[in-house]
Design a protein. Structure first.
Length: 161
């Protein structure tokens, strides 16, 4: 029994380092999904997942492990995580929005520049997915910038006399 528990912890500890195609990648995704059930850290978890998907895309592209389904899933999961942050930010009071939007702006700016470089490296059969992801990330970045500016104006606007 102790061996089974120890092995379980060892597998769980090894899973975060896995990439698409690795045996433990499914477990990694399950552990990430579990982190989303905690409301206090949900936005941070989505931001972390979005960054992780970009990192994994880099590994997959760099290692030439360009399986179309994996790439499409990683791209979709990355942009879906960004959308989740935007949806949650919209529910916050204006004073709390700028910090999360600034974090999302930084994440999406990194995604924009990285996807632009990688677009030339991917095969034609996934270039459409890459283009769509680039377009979505650009829009997410623009939306986050606009919302942050609006929130900051609401926060610093002088009260009427």
């Amino acid at each position: 029994m102790v061996f089974a528990i120890g092995t379980g912890f060892g597998v769980a500890a090894a899973a975060p380092g896995s990439i698409p195609g690795d045996p433990l990648y499914g477990l990694k995704r399950v552990l990430e999904t579990a982190a989303l059930t905690l409301p206090a850290t949900r936005m941070e978890a989505y931001l972390a997942q979005s960054q992780q998907r970009l990192f994994e895309l880099g590994l997959v592209v760099g290692m030439a492990r360009l399986e179309p389904e994996q790439l499409q899933t990683l791209l979709a999961d990355m942009t879906d995580a960004n959308d989740a942050v935007l949806r949650m930010v919209a529910q916050l009071p204006a004073a709390q929005r700028p910090a999360y939007l600034t974090a999302l702006i930084e994440v999406t700016a990194r995604q924009k520049s990285t996807l632009a470089v990688w677009a030339a490296l991917v095969p034609v059969n996934v270039s459409g997915s890459f283009y769509q992801a680039q377009r979505t990330v650009n829009l997410q970045n623009l939306r986050a910038n606009l919302w942050r500016d609006e929130a900051l104006q609401q926060v610093i606007a002088p009260a009427p006399y």
